[in-house]
Design a protein around this ligand. Structure first.
Ligand code: 11C
Length: 346
C-alpha cells in the first residue's frame, strides 16, 4: 500500500531534506506541498531555493505549493510531515490533527506535552501508544507525533544502548559541537563564523536535558514517567556544514567499562523499518573518529557513530555523531512515519 503524504514547510532546509528522502520512498508518495502564504499558488521550483545535495526531483519541481491549511490539502493525503518554524507549528498542527490528519512533526512545539509521543523508533517505539491517550483527551481523529531535536537524537540512542544492556544511568554530561545547517538557511550563510565558535544556541541546552529524559522514560499504557537520569548539556555552534559531534560523560550505578559500553552500542538493534540503518550505532576504535565530514553519511545519514570510548575521572567518556538534518530531523520524521504505518495509524 502506498500512502499519500504531504510536506508542511516544504521550502525550508528540513522540508527540502524531507522531499529528498520521500521522493524515492517505498511506502510514501508526495501528493501535497505547503509553505508560507507568499509561496502558495506558485510552482515549487520557483519558490524552493533548492539547496540539498541531489537535484530537485522533476515531478516535485512542477507541483503547485499550497497554503498551510487543512482545506488546501487533497482528500487522499493521510500523513503530513511537518518541518514548520515552531511558532507556526504550534498554531497550525492542531487544526490538521482535528481535521483527521496524522502529523509526523520535526517542529519543536509540543514536544514536551504529556500526551504527545516524542519518539526515536529504535529507542522508545512503545511511546507511540500515547496516541490513544491523546485521541481520548483531545478528541482528534488525527494524531500528532514528534521527533526530538537533532542534538538530542545524536546522543540518546547511545544512552538507550547502555540502558538496554542493563546499566542504570545516574548522571550524564554532554557538550555539543553543532553544524551550521542546524540553524537552517541562515546558518548555512553564516559560514562566516569560520575561525570562531559560538557557545550558545537558543534553548538548545534545555531541549537536550528535558527531551532525553522523556525519550528514556517508561509508558505504562496510561501515563508516561520521565527517566530519573540527571542530564547537563553545554551547546556550541562550530563551522561545520552538517553533522553534530558530541562529547558525553556518563556515570552509571554499576561499574561500566569502555568494553561494556562498546559492546552495548555495537549490539543495540536497528528496526525492520525502511529508514532504520543496520548497524544503528557504528563504534570506532580510532580515537579520532567519528568526525563530521568523514562519518555523517554512515547508513545513508541515518546511523549514529560513536568512538573515543574511555574511562574518565567522572565515569565513562565517549564521542558521538549524527547527521543533523537527516537522522536528526527529516529522516527522524520519516522514520516516525514508517512506525505509524507499521502500527496501523495510517
Ligand atoms: C540547531 N538543533 O542545531 C538545532 C536545530 O529543536 O528542532 C533544531 C531545533 C529543534 O540549531
Amino acid at each position: 500500500m502506498t500512502v499519500q503524504v504531504g510536506v508542511l514547510g516544504a521550502t525550508g532546509a528540513v522540508g527540502q531534506r524531507l522531499i529528498q528522502l520521500l521522493e524515492p520512498h517505498p511506502d510514501f508518495e508526495i501528493a501535497a506541498l505547503t509553505a508560507s502564504d507568499s509561496s502558495a499558488g506558485h510552482a515549487y521550483r520557483d519558490v524552493a531555493k533548492w539547496r540539498v545535495d541531489t537535484p530537485i526531483p522533476a515531478e516535485i519541481a512542477e507541483m503547485t505549493v499550497h497554503a498551510t491549511t487543512p482545506e488546501a490539502i487533497p482528500d487522499d493525503v493521510d500523513l503530513l510531515f511537518s518541518s514548520l518554524p515552531s511558532s507556526v507549528g504550534a498554531k497550525v498542527e492542531p487544526p490538521f490533527c482535528e481535521a483527521g490528519y496524522v502529523v509526523s512533526s520535526n517542529s519543536s512545539n509540543s514536544r514536551m506535552a504529556e500526551d504527545v509521543p516524542l519518539v526515536i523508533p529504535e529507542v522508545n517505539a512503545e511511546h507511540l501508544d500515547l496516541l490513544e491517550v491523546q485521541r481520548d483527551e483531545r478528541g482528534w481523529d488525527g494524531a500528532l507525533v514528534k521527533n526530538p531535536n537533532c542534538s538530542t537524537i545524536t546522543f540518546v540512542p547511545t544512552l538507550a544502548a547502555l540502558a538496554a544492556a542493563g546499566f542504570t544511568l545516574e548522571e550524564v554530561h554532554v557538550a555539543t559541537l553543532q553544524a551550521v545547517s542546524g540553524a537552517g538557511y541562515d546558518g548555512v550563510s553564516s559560514m562566516e563564523i569560520i575561525d570562531n565558535a559560538i557557545p550558545h544556541i537558543g534553548s538548545e541546552e534545555e531541549k537536550l536535558e528535558t527531551e532525553s529524559r522523556k525519550l528514556l522514560g517508561t509508558f505504562d499504557g496510561a501515563e508516561l514517567t520521565h527517566d530519573g537520569v540527571e542530564v547537563a548539556a553545554s551547546c556550541n555552534r562550530i563551522p561545520t556544514l552538517d553533522g553534530h559531534l558530541e562529547n558525553v560523560w556518563v556515570e552509571a550505578e554499576e561499574e561500566l567499562t569502555p568494553a561494556d559500553a562498546a559492546d552495548a552500542m555495537a549490539e543495540f538493534p536497528a528496526l525492520d523499518l525502511p529508514s532504520s540503518p543496520d548497524p544503528l550505532i557504528h563504534v570506532f576504535e580510532d580515537p579520532s573518529r567519528p568526525q563530521p565530514r568523514l562519518d555523517r553519511n554512515l547508513g545513508d545519514g541515518m546511523a549514529i557513530a560513536a568512538g573515543g570510548i574511555r574511562e574518565s575521572t567522572f565515569g565513562l567518556q565517549y564521542n558521538c555523531l549524527a547527521h543533523n538534518t537527516i537522522r536528526g530531523a527529516a529522516g527522524a520524521s520519516v522514520l516516525n512515519g514508517e512506525l505509524l504505518l507499521e502500527n496501523g495509524y495510517l
